[in-house]
Structures are given as structure tokens and as C-alpha cells.
Design a protein around this ligand. Structure first.
Ligand code: NAD
Length: 277
């Protein structure tokens, strides 16, 4: 049975379903099927990006799912090579063409790329796209507080969320506190640690106690700490499993055990301060 997923309020008056399907590394020709499986399992939120090469599959999956466009929250991201005012406007049009959408729910700057110093101009293009009604909400990904502060200082426009690497081995407490203090939602990428966390003995023990799987325990942890969470799978059974997390709760002992898994060096992906690609 599918359950209605909770939503989180955004600082622009809109809201975002707390659980979504991620499609990084989902092959282009498998994307429509994965999106349809997710929508059939009750998901109402899909996370893609121009660089994933599967925006067309996301659009196709949505159109052939039987679920109304307005019920589904679609995010895509501007790739680094397109940063800058005019190039962002062109890249947005290209993404919308592939997605087959008139209006996008959320557009994100994929990485700050501080060494290129184009993210403020890029943000000005995002503000313009929003004022034209082409995108409902605008946000960032892999930004550190210093990058977000600069956007706000130079444009007056605050991102609704920051999508960052976040999982039990890399819990990002400092950044989550900054987001909370500034009314910015935290969205977790690689929420399952790209699958590596699912063999952790502590997570397995919690799962066994609740009669749930390790993936369900980790997704549930994200829900309980207040993250927006976008686990990826192409397997319809796993897609459904990852969303079947609304019939149990972690207790204080479970939360304390998961808190212990945090590691200063737990990051899997690049460091946004130095990543330049
Ligand atoms: P993830 O943490 O979601 O892990 C996905 C992997 O976990 C799968 O490939 C599969 O091997 C395994 N898995 C998933 N469900 C499972 C289950 N129920 N049982 C067993 N194994 C299971 O990793 P991810 O894809 O890196 O991250 C999720 C999404 O986050 C991406 O698809 C993408 O949308 C987004 N993302 C964004 C950025 C960014 O820079 N903004 C970077 C990476 C990922």
C-alpha cells in the first residue's frame, strides 16, 4: 500500500515532498521506467541534473505514469560548465526542452566552483527565471555557508535549500545548524552512502529490531532529522522498499547509535571548497 509522503515548508512559501527518487547514474534508457516505478510506489518528487544525461527519461516517465504533472515535484541542476548569466538562461531552456516541462519546481546550482567565481552571476539568472515564472523555487547544491552568505549579500535572494552530501557517516551537523538558523532546507545526497552504509553492523542491528531493512532505517533516520532525502535505485522492489518508511519510528537509543557513526573524514564525494570541474 502506498502512503502519502510528508512535505517540508520552504522559505518562499512553497513546499517539497520530503522523500524523492534520485537518478544519478541511472542509465538514460532505464530512467523512464525507474520514474514510473517510483510514482507508482507513491513518490511525488524526482531529482535529476543536466549532467546526468537523463532529463528526457524523467519527462517521459512522468508523462506516461498516469500521475498528473502538478502532483509531482521535479528538480534539475545547472552544470558547472554553464555557469554565468547568459549561459545559465540557455542551459535552463535546454533542460526544460528535454524534460518537456513548462514550469520547473526547483532549479539548483550544482556546485559553487569557487575558483571560477561565477556563482553569483549564475544566481542572478536563477532569480530572473523565478521572476518570469519559469521555475517555482531556486536553490543550491554543495554550497558552504560562505557561498550562501555571498549570494544573499549580493542579490538579496536566499536559496530555499542546499543539497549536500549527507548520510550517517557524514552527518554535516555544522551545515545543518547553519541551514536551520537561516531558514534553508537541508537535502541529503548519497543518503545511503551510495549503498556502503547498508552493511554497517549497527544499522543492521537496528533494522532487525524493527523488522525493517538497513536502507529503510537510513531513510527513516533522514526523515526524523528533518532532511529531504533522495535515495537512488533502478530496481522497482528497492524503490518501493526505500519509501516504505512511514509505519515505524526510530527510538532514542537508535538515534544515539546512528549519531556515533559520524566521521570527520566520512565524505565520499568531492570537497566543495576545492572541487573544480
Ligand atoms: P545513494 O546513497 O542513494 O545510494 C544508491 C545506491 O544504494 C544504489 O545504487 C544501490 O546500489 C543502493 N541501494 C539503493 N536502495 C537500496 C536498497 N533498498 N537495498 C540495497 N541497496 C540499495 O546514492 P546516490 O545515487 O549517490 O545519491 C542519491 C541521489 O542524490 C542521486 O541519485 C542524485 O539524484 C543525488 N546526488 C546529488 C549530488 C550533487 O552533487 N548534488 C551528488 C550525488 C548524488
Amino acid at each position: 500500500m502506498t502512503q502519502q509522503h510528508p512535505s517540508l515548508a520552504l522559505n518562499d512559501g512553497r513546499s517539497i515532498p520530503q522523500l524523492g527518487l534520485g537518478v544519478w547514474r541511472t542509465p538514460a534508457d532505464a530512467t523512464a521506467q525507474a520514474v514510473k516505478a517510483a510514482l507508482a510506489a507513491g513518490y511525488r518528487h524526482i531529482d535529476t541534473a543536466a549532467i546526468y544525461g537523463n532529463e528526457a527519461g524523467v519527462g517521459e516517465g512522468l508523462r506516461t505514469s498516469g500521475v498528473a504533472r502538478e502532483e509531482v515535484f521535479i528538480t534539475t541542476k545547472l552544470w558547472n560548465a554553464e555557469q554565468g548569466l547568459d549561459s545559465t538562461l540557455r542551459a535552463f531552456d535546454a533542460s526544460m526542452q528535454l524534460l518537456g516541462l513548462d514550469v520547473l519546481d526547483l532549479y539548483l546550482i550544482h556546485w559553487p566552483n569557487p575558483s571560477r567565481d561565477l556563482y553569483v552571476d549564475t544566481w542572478r539568472a536563477f532569480v530572473r527565471l523565478q521572476s518570469e515564472g519559469r521555475v517555482r523555487s531556486i536553490g543550491v547544491s554543495n554550497f558552504e555557508p560562505e557561498h550562501i552568505d555571498r549570494l544573499v549579500q549580493e542579490t538579496g535572494a536566499k536559496p530555499v535549500l542546499n543539497q549536500i552530501e549527507l548520510h550517517p557517516r557524514f552527518q554535516q551537523r555544522r551545515l545543518r545548524e547553519y541551514h536551520a538558523a537561516n531558514g534553508i532546507a537541508t537535502q541529503a545526497w548519497s543518503p545511503l552512502g551510495q549503498g556502503q552504509l547498508l552493511e554497517d553492523a549497527g544499522i543492521e542491528a537496528i533494522a532487525a529490531r524493527h523488522g525493517k531493512t538497513p536502507a529503510q532505517v537510513v531513510v527513516r533516520w533522514h526523515i526524523e532529522v528533518g532532511n529531504v532525502v533522495i535515495p537512488k535505485s533502478v530496481n522497482p522492489g528497492r524503490i518501493a522498499e526505500n519509501a516504505d518508511v512511514f509505519d515505524f519510528a526510530l527510538d532514542a537509543q537508535d538515534m544515539a547509535a546512528i549519531a556515533q557513526l559520524d566521521q570527520a573524514e566520512g565524505r565520499i564525494g568531492p570537497n566543495p571548497l576545492t572541487a573544480a570541474f
